[in-house]
Design a protein. Structure first.
Ligand code: ADP
Ligand code: MG
Length: 459
């Protein structure tokens, strides 16, 4: 194994258990410089990353390296200027038993998406129609997307795709963008996650650059806004988007939207935007059935150039039912294991490898994460929500946070009381019961809490 292969194997394992943002922050510009005499020397971009890797990931990195090469007993970090290589391969190919395998083949799978995203369009070329598998669960959405890619602005406008997490919305949206770039190279295409759009609106209001922001938006020919459910409750952003939408629409520019639910079910969305969203084509993506899940698995292993026995594929398809991202995650985990141990997997090993994935699907959450999600959602500061302020716009979010601490984490009432500025446990009980009652009759609040939960578990 070359040192590059070795480091790629380490990164691949870390990536599986790290959020994409964290991964990009801490591992983007790392590389292995040497490994000899039991010591691996890792280059990091700056002192901050050095400290973080040493303290936070040091043990894990050593463990992974040791598992691959029992000679390695120590890892040292130095600040250097290396860049992670960018691998320009469109098809993944991992061939373990091939004596002539080259570096690109081995690491093709381990590409890091951040490096490939087109700076102009924000599109990731990895998402194409060619590698999008169509089944009855996504047929309609796919057909509409395909039609739009052929005649942007003139078939369905807007196109609104909705469906649950990990079922291919982003893939499909980006596939449209990538197909349009190919056929209409002069079109100005922009893919924007809604949260990014919101941040841009807020910061350009703050910096008094909103006019030039508007200008830029209106020059777009194909606007792809992903996860518009995050517009809920963001009035300023909704207003800005409404005007952009109208200008683009009137000029036959294509607008493509995705959401985790239909427009009707997005609470705290202005009626005028909702009716715009409903004015074009709405396509849903539901869950793939067993046969389709098998087809997805077979296609993916073919793309990656690996092979697993049919009982292994059956095990994955039978156990991961409603999230294609999780299916890919399981597959990657097996591939990495196979690659690092150079062994063939049997079903018992697969069961034990996938255990954590199958039976603890949720990321670990904690009170801090819940409180953060609540303040982000209501756009408050932590000190507001932890204070004793009785302002209505603070009291309700505080109650919601208390409710979620109880409901999601089963925190004790005295703990919750203490957390919120040393209040009595009866305050926490009151907050919990109040919100619990309220959501039964207040649809908006119920929707808000659903969105907050999504941030807690999704982010
Ligand atoms: P969503 O945006 O709905 O949460 P993504 O588009 O991010 O889901 O899809 C999650 C993962 O599953 C991605 O890696 C994507 O490429 C893959 N995927 C989803 N649907 C399909 C499909 N129909 N064919 C192939 N891969 C898919
Ligand atoms: Mg998505």
């Amino acid at each position: 194994m070359t040192k590059e292969e070795l480091w790629q194997a380490v990164l691949a394992q870390i990536q599986l258990n790290t959020s994409q943002a964290n991964f990009a922050t801490w591992f983007k510009k790392t590389s292995i410089i040497s490994y000899q005499n039991g010591e691996a020397l890792v280059s990091v971009p700056n002192a901050f990353a050095k400290e973080w890797l040493e303290n936070k990931y040091g043990k894990t990195i050593l463990k992974i390296l040791y598992n691959i090469d029992k000679e390695i007993k120590e890892v040292k970090y130095i600040i250097g200027k290396t860049e992670l290589k960018v691998f320009k391969k469109s098809t993944f190919n991992l061939s373990f038993n091939n004596q002539n395998k080259n570096e690109e083949q081995i690491v093709g799978q381990l590409e890091f998406e951040e490096f490939k995203v087109n700076k102009e369009t924000n599109l990731n070329p990895r998402y194409t129609f060619e590698n999008f598998i169509v089944g009855s669960f996504n047929e309609l959405a796919h057909a509409a997307a395909w039609a739009i890619s052929k005649k942007p602005g003139f078939v369905y406008n807007p196109l609104f795709i909705y469906g649950g997490v990990g079922l291919g919305k982003t893939h499909l949206l980006q596939a449209i963008g990538n197909a349009i770039i190919k056929d209409f190279p002069n079109k100005n295409i922009k893919y924007i996650p809604t949260e990014k759009f919101t941040t841009n609106v807020i910061s350009s209001i703050k910096n008094q650059t909103i006019d030039s922001f508007k200008e830029k938006c209106r020059e777009i020919d194909v606007l792809i806004l992903d996860d518009v459910q995050f517009l809920a409750g963001k009035e300023k952003t909704q207003e800005e988007f409404f005007h952009t939408f109208n200008t683009l629409y009137e000029n036959n520019k294509q607008i493509i939207l995705s959401s985790d639910r239909p427009p009707k079910a997005i609470t705290s969305l202005s009626d005028r935007l909702r009716s715009r969203f409903e004015g074009g084509m709405i396509g849903d993506i539901s869950f793939p059935d067993y046969e389709t899940r098998m087809a997805i698995l077979k296609t993916k292993i073919q793309e990656k150039g690996v092979n697993f026995s049919s009982d292994i594929l059956d095990y994955i398809a039978s156990n991961i039912k409603n999230n294609i991202r999780d299916i890919e995650g399981a597959l990657n985990k097996l591939i990495i294991h196979q690659k690092t141990t150079m062994s063939t997997l049997d079903i018992e090993k697969v069961k034990s490898l996938l255990k954590s994935l199958l039976f603890h699907p949720n990321k670990t959450i904690n009170p801090k994460k819940i409180i953060q999600a609540v303040i982000d959602f209501y756009e408050l500061k932590e000190k507001d929500i932890l204070s004793s302020s009785r302002k209505k716009e603070i009291v309700e979010p505080r109650h919601v946070a208390m409710f979620l601490l109880r409901k999601e984490l089963k925190c004790s009432y005295p703990f919750i009381g203490r957390k919120f500025g040393g209040k009595d446990h009866s305050t926490a009980i009151h907050a919990y019961e109040k919100i619990n009652k309220e959501i039964a009759i207040n649809e908006k609040l119920e929707g808000d809490i659903m969105l907050i939960k999504e941030r807690i578990y999704g982010g």
